[in-house]
Design a protein around this ligand. Structure first.
Ligand SMILES: [Zn+2]
Length: 384
């Protein structure tokens, strides 16, 4: 007996190089059948004619845990299952000081979350521009000791003032600690407009990629802010090419102003393609501009990236970096699926002065999680 049957969906599974129209049946939490047309009726029939069906989406860069962890951070499931995402990466919402509070919240949430520990004690409970003090690597080491197995990586937010205090030597020490614990290092790049730029800034940005290894992550890869991956004369730092070849991952983490459409287009043209497409979702941007991961995927489709590549950036790639098992749309596999609605017609991505027009966008429709179909939450504001 089928519990759920999706009818006539465009099934896109980048792990299997699958892109076809099919019915997909789910029973007892597993995929029962994937076929052109499945006979019989399920307890829940879903017309997916105007939809894409993908393996459960993973957003490697969001901020969750709710306001008890940090003022900007979102309720877990509202950034996760209720927005089409079945695996979240929390990108350093908590540092050693508020890590326990975050872990306690995650224990009560439905969406699984892989946690990057912020190397600054406060995480984003205090805005990085207002952080006091430098890097206390001992506090990071102690937090890793206390919660071994629950941390999937380290996050360093190298905006102006903190980057100056950490310096290349501090960054090398962090990288050494991450390597000892076999954890990836995720770096936030780009200074805020009101932040002073440290001396030797350009040298810092140019030399930083050489410190990183395969599996390390450069977030906000298309920021136009100083301190990103773009030189003042608007080229990607040449040192980046070698890092990408070694397997360092470029992560979009778009947020409100950590993303520039022109830089993204330049990156795609120059071969600096994203490994992961992520939102950097916070309370600042979930009702405007960013909205959710499917909206963020739509930006890259509008920039000309083919759908199977975009799909890989939100499924196979983030799961590999987060070291979570792959999810496939195949009979016999655990059913972890995301249904996205397709909208055809003129639309705009981003906000006034920082926008791109397109003809096609995706929105979350629902997920299959633990054998049930969970519809996406209604958006309180809608993209234009
Ligand atoms: Zn972030």
């Amino acid at each position: 007996m089928m519990d759920i049957c999706f009818r006539n969906a465009r099934v896109v599974d980048p792990g299997r190089q699958l892109d076809c129209r099919a019915d997909v049946a789910v029973a007892n939490g597993k995929i029962l059948e994937v076929a052109g047309s499945i006979a019989g009726r399920a307890a829940q029939e879903v017309d997916a004619s105007d939809c894409l069906l993908l393996p459960g989406l993973a957003d490697i860069h969001a901020h969750v845990g709710g306001e008890s962890v940090a003022p900007l951070s979102l309720p877990v499931d509202e950034a996760g299952l209720l927005r089409g995402v079945t695996l979240l990466g929390d990108a350093g919402t908590a540092g050693p000081r508020n890590l326990e509070r975050l872990l306690a919240v995650l224990d009560g949430a439905r969406t699984p979350v892989a946690v990057f520990l912020n190397v600054h004690e406060d995480g984003i409970a205090v805005l990085p521009q207002d952080w006091q003090g430098g890097l206390r690597i001992e506090a990071v080491r102690e937090a890793l000791d206390r919660h071994a197995g629950r941390i999937c990586g380290l996050k360093a937010m190298l905006s102006g003032a903190f980057a100056a205090r950490v310096g290349l030597e501090g960054l090398k020490a962090l990288k050494q600690l991450a390597a000892q614990r076999e954890l990836p290092l995720m770096l936030h790049l780009g200074a805020e407009p009101d932040e002073p730029l440290p001396d030797g800034w350009e040298r810092f940005c140019a030399e930083l990629p050489a410190i990183l290894d395969a599996g390390d992550i450069l977030s906000h890869c298309y920021t136009a802010k100083p301190g990103g991956l773009i030189t003042p004369d608007r080229r990607f730092y040449p040192q980046l090419r070698d890092a990408v070849r070694r397997g360092v991952a470029l992560d979009t983490a778009v947020a409100l102003r950590h993303f520039d459409f022109a830089r993204a287009r330049q990156g795609l043209d120059d071969g600096f393609v994203p490994r992961t497409i992520s939102t950097d979702l916070t309370r600042n941007n979930w009702h405007r501009c960013v909205f959710d991961l499917p909206e963020t995927m739509s930006r890259f489709l509008a920039l000309g990236m083919p759908l199977p590549e975009v799909a890989a950036c939100v499924t196979v790639a983030p799961r590999l970096l987060l070291r979570r098992p792959a999810v496939e749309i195949r009979a016999g596999e655990r059913a972890e699926l995301t249904l996205l609605r397709e909208h055809h017609g003129p639309c705009r991505f981003g906000e006034e002065g920082h926008s791109l027009s397109g003809e096609y966008r995706l929105s979350p429709e629902g997920v299959v999680w633990e054998g049930r179909y969970v519809p996406a939450a209604e958006r309180t504001a809608r993209p234009r």
